[in-house]
Design a protein around this ligand. Structure first.
Ligand code: PEP
Ligand code: MG
Length: 605
């Protein structure tokens, strides 16, 4: 028997096949076992597996304060439990928590961790795990049965402290117990970068929307994802069999044998279409009437740079460097220099556009974004953060300039609203160049500087920006968010997030005209560039370069190779005259069905 649930209605799903509707965030189909990650720990923490992570001297105070606050939080937690159980347990049982308190208050333990952080320059969790392992091994090996039992208390408290240091969720995500489909309330970008990629088959979350950064990451990692499924956490239990259909945006709980068979068939068909598309990747990205289009890659994980060739990317149109900062430490100038240089060498003459740090919004690093903001997408995000804290940006500017000697590196500033921000960034760049010259460090003097157009303010002032830079790239994910006043990660307003609204097309057109007037190049690097449905429109509006996740390049190239530029121009002209997204969508769908029916059926939106 089948039941169908709109995201919003929740019913009893035990044993029945239930279809849960959400938002298709990353295409693909996976069938597997659910691992439900709630907001509290439901699995013991494996602190034996915490790796040793080095820090620099200047990070020591930060690590010490993390350790102190983890101890304080744990103490508070134990006191709360103790208060709760005092009335329901006898005094002997309540005394267990006294023993737990003694552990968090133990001076010897605290001093050992503190000196370990200072002397060995390791993160708090690295030192803490080593110290605890030593204690637990010692206690477990004594003969006395009473003391032996105390080892369990130490494990319990140590797990709590480590949980605070790492975050419960992160520890689970980092070490999945095998191949699993992760079901969670939300996955932040920093959770997603830590995902145990070998074992995660797909994910399904209650919150999120198509262009939230976690969805973008899932897509680039080729992990099917459905987001914005209201109530999924209360319906799915650990160990349930589920299907994640990232094309249609549905999750099927307890599928019947017939559904499983249908899905296995569908998966095989889609795989075949995709593999056929891959055979075109080394062909030219040229329209039927001879217009060459540059198809570049968006890169968030430099370790995946090998994919560029496989998918036929012409260089890198957007390197989201903030993911380097969402791990466990702030990368030094030297580390960044190594990463950028490797990428530059790999791409040879093709451009590698390195975007400066774009933290904030939904990309929150506990190492940088110390202050919680009530409205982070409108807060101290991106270049605003960098201008406020030059010590964050300067090492990055130095690293990019230095790496410039190894290839065709370009630098791009995100999230600008006013030209004076750009002027301030140029000021900082000049300072950094001057320092490098004085230090006699080799760097590229004539690196090209680009500006991301992702706010309506910047789109409408594109002429002024164009006069001051070498290229522009339109970040449609944010441009749509800020123009439509719709949080790009909020499933509750996802239907109002409208990339095809004529107002967006007009803004894009304005930017293209400004670029043409200034004689500079302009690309699109937001998710619109990856959608077969939107590509003809973008080209018709005058865009000549698209940058997207490597896995999207094959369908994109197929679309380009099967259309005529003059037809796309007509499509764009007609779309600009429309008054709603629906009208534009209809035109774009008819166009795509005509030129690439297979890709249109794949439903890659
Ligand atoms: C965009 O906003 O379109 C963009 C490419 O930047 P990000 O998605 O990283 O915000
Ligand atoms: Mg953006």
């Amino acid at each position: 028997m089948k039941t169908e649930q709109d995201s919003g209605t929740i019913g009893d799903s035990v044993g029945q096949e239930t279809v849960l509707k959400g938002i298709a965030a990353a295409s693909g189909i996976e069938i597997g076992i659910a691992l439900v990650i709630g907001s509290t720990p439901d699995q013991p923490l494996s602190f034996y597996e915490t790796a040793s992570v080095s820090i620099s001297e200047q990070d020591v105070p930060f690590e010490l304060s993390r350790f102190e606050s983890a101890m304080a939080e744990t103490r508070k937690e134990i006191l709360e439990i103790q208060n709760k159980v005092r009335t329901s347990l006898n005094s002997k049982e309540a005394a267990i928590f006294e023993a737990h308190l003694l552990i968090v208050e133990d001076r010897k333990l605290r001093n050992e961790v503190i000196s370990g952080i200072k002397e060995n320059l390791l993160t708090a969790e690295s030192v803490f795990s080593r110290v605890m392992q030593k204690y637990i091994t010692a206690i477990s090996s004594v003969e006395d049965p009473y003391l032996k039992e105390r080892a369990a208390d130490v494990v319990d408290v140590a797990g709590r402290i480590l949980g605070h240091l790492l975050g419960w969720k992160r520890t689970l995500l980092d070490h999945l117990p095998g191949q699993r489909i992760v079901v969670a309330k939300e996955l932040t970008p920093s959770d997603t970068v830590m995902l145990d990629r070998e074992n995660v088959q797909a994910f399904a979350t209650e919150t999120g929307a198509k262009t939230s950064h976690s969805a973008i990451l899932a897509h680039s990692m080729r992990i099917p994802a459905v987001v914005g499924i209201n109530g999924i956490l209360s319906m799915v239990r650990n160990g349930d069999m589920i299907i994640v259909d990232g094309y249609q945006g549905v999750v099927i709980l307890n599928p019947t044998p017939q559904t499983l068979e249908e899905y296995a068939l569908k998966e095989a068909e889609n795989e075949k279409i995709f593999n056929d598309l891959l055979t075109e990747t080394q062909q030219r990205a040229e329209t039927l009437d001879g217009y060459r289009i540059a198809l570049a890659a968006n890169v968030d994980d430099p370790a995946k740079a090998d994919e560029l060739e496989k998918y036929g990317a012409f260089g890198v149109g957007l390197f989201r460097t903030e993911y380097l900062f969402l791990k466990d430490h702030i990368p030094s100038e030297e580390e960044q220099y190594q990463v950028y240089s490797v990428l530059a060498r790999k791409c040879g003459a093709a451009p590698v556009v390195i975007r400066t740090l774009d933290l904030g919004g939904d990309k929150i690093s506990s190492l940088v974004n110390f202050m919680a903001e009530p409205n982070p997408f409108l807060g101290l995000r991106s270049v605003r953060l960098c201008l406020a804290y030059p010590h964050l940006l300067k090492p990055q500017l130095r690293a990019v300039l230095r790496a410039g000697v190894h290839g065709n590196i370009c630098m791009m500033f995100p999230m600008l609203t006013c030209v004076d921000e750009l002027d301030a960034l140029y000021g900082m760049l000049d300072q950094v160049k001057q320092e490098l010259r004085q230090e006699k460090v080799r760097f590229s003097e004539d690196i090209k500087i680009g500006v991301m157009i992702e706010t309506p303010a910047a789109a409408l002032m594109a002429e002024q920006f164009a006069e001051r830079c070498d290229f522009m790239s339109i970040g449609t994910n944010d441009l749509v968010q800020y123009t439509m006043a719709v949080d790009r990660g909020n499933e509750r307003v996802a239907s109002l997030y409208r990339p095809l609204h004529p107002v967006i097309l007009r803004l894009i057109r304005n930017v293209v005209k400004a670029a043409e007037h200034a004689g500079i190049w302009v690309s699109v690097c937001g998710e619109m560039a990856a959608s077969p449905l939107y590509i003809p429109l973008l080209l018709g509006l005058g865009i000549r370069e698209l940058s997207m996740s490597p896995v999207s390049l094959a369908p994109a190239k197929h679309v380009v190779r099967n259309m005529k530029y003059i037809d796309a121009e007509i499509l764009a002209e007609r779309s600009l005259l429309c008054s709603s997204q629906e009208e534009v969508r209809e035109l774009a769908e008819t166009f795509l069905k005509m030129i690439a029916p297979d890709v249109s059926d794949l439903n890659i939106s």
